[in-house]
Design a protein around this ligand. Structure first.
Ligand code: NAD
Ligand code: TDX
Length: 358
């Protein structure tokens, strides 16, 4: 059965990955539909992330923005009915682990209850149709923490350890439950750490670049030897589009960069790239590196086995880490007004209290 992809509801489309996804999808020659971006615009959602899309497509042509909360059932029903939605790509979430440690409640509400509302509205609107799709965006963090060896596979048992990953795991289970119980056509992807333009400067890579710009300390948690697997955001989004087109309903797919780096090595690499790009003496930047107290329950290592996605659906990443990092540093250096615009609010005060001055 061919999927329709005429009216695609992207939740969380004003955030980091969602805005890059909308840009990516509208540029695909094999996508002819319309994108409805449904986002409540939390601190992490910024419509400036889509200025170029609006310029290219206009508002209310192939691209439409609707401000709304995924937890608000009436509002979700209205948007699904009004725009005759046949596809949901569900990015909307509270996404930052440190915030979930500070206050888990918003994570349970948005990530768990919000996902259930979307699933339920889709199920009722679609009434057993099979040319529709609910694609759920999830994370490798649901699988827990690895030792020195091994990688997460799709059949690795879930073992979430932060309020964030617990809320994402609960959402994943609900998505699977709607497939098994109601036959809702779903696909699900679990991706490793993304990086690239428009990422809110609370996550490791953009935070480090922004602090370099301001010559503020570069806070490294614990011993700096925690390992993450990194993927350029466009490679993630290319994988999502391939899964939407060719993934089997009811299946989950891991997405990863096969690029494992210790945090401290990554920070040192960012210092090098930044110093070279801006013509700053390297020592002036590396001197900013500051070890701070560790994140509670800090997962030690993530690694992804994405052979299912590569072997079954033919996905390959297009960006190597070095060129991706260079592009990313350059983007932040070139977009200081975007940084100033998004970098305000209470959260920064909280993080300074908990992790020291940045
Ligand atoms: P983000 O925090 O940058 O953006 C989240 C977006 O969701 C924001 O635009 C926000 O306004 C919106 N949103 C939040 N609550 C909402 C609500 N109740 N109703 C409507 N919109 C709401 O997040 P991101 O980094 O782009 O992550 C997107 C998705 O990808 C999340 O589901 C996240 O769990 C997942 N993911 C992220 C990464 C990563 O490295 N960033 C890796 C794997 C998976
Ligand atoms: O200031 C910092 N110093 C530091 O050492 C920050 C913000 C992070 N870190 C460490 C913690 C992690 O080991 O860097 C690593 C990466 O941290 P984050 O950027 O906060 O990402 P992480 O916790 O790994 O989670 C991310 O990847 C998976 C996203 O935030 C999630 O949304 C996604 O699901």
């Amino acid at each position: 059965m061919n999927r329709a992809f005429q009216n695609v509801l992207v939740t969380g489309g004003a955030g980091f990955i969602g805005s890059n996804f909308i840009r990516y999808l509208l540029h695909q020659a094999d996508f002819h539909g319309r994108v409805i971006n449904y986002d409540i615009l939390t601190y992490a959602g910024n419509l400036a992330n889509l200025d170029d899309v609006v310029q290219e497509c206009g508002q209310n042509g192939r691209y439409v923005f609707v401000r709304g909360d995924i937890c608000d059932r009436e509002s979700v029903e209205e948007v699904v009915r009004r725009y005759d939605i046949d596809t949901v790509v569900h990015f909307a979430a509270e996404s930052h682990v440190d915030r979930s440690i500070h206050d888990p409640s918003a994570f349970i509400k948005t990530n768990v209850l919000g996902t259930q509302v979307l699933l339920d509205v889709a199920r009722q609107a679609w009434q057993g149709r099979q040319d529709v799709l609910f694609h759920h965006i999830s994370t490798d963090e649901v699988y827990g923490s690895l030792g020195n060896e091994g990688a997460f596979r799709e059949d690795t048992p879930y073992d979430p350890r932060s309020p964030y990953s617990a809320s994402k795991a609960a959402a994943d289970h609900l998505v699977m439950a709607y497939f098994h119980t109601y036959g809702l056509p779903i696909t699900l992807s679990n991706c490793s750490n993304n990086y690239g333009p428009y990422q809110f400067p609370e996550k490791l890579i953009p935070l480090m670049i922004c602090n370099m710009e301001e010559r503020k300390p570069l806070p490294v948690y614990g011993d700096g030897k925690n390992i993450r697997d990194w993927l350029y955001v466009e490679d993630h989004n290319a994988a999502v589009w391939i899964i939407m087109k060719n993934g089997k309903a009811g299946e989950k797919y891991n997405i990863g960069g096969e690029t494992e780096w210790e945090n401290i090595r990554l920070v040192e690499e960012l210092c090098k790239i930044y110093a070279e790009l801006t013509g700053t003496p390297l020592g002036e930047i590396t001197n900013l590196i500051t070890y701070v107290k560790d994140r509670p329950g800090h997962d030690r290592r993530y690694a992804i086995d994405c052979s299912k996605l590569k072997d079954e659906l033919g996905w390959q990443k297009a960006h190597d880490f070095q060129s991706g990092l260079q592009k990313t540093v350059q983007w932040y250096v070139n977009n200081k007004s975007w940084i100033g615009n998004v970098q305000s609010g209470e959260y920064m005060k909280w993080i300074e209290t908990n992790y020291g001055q940045r």
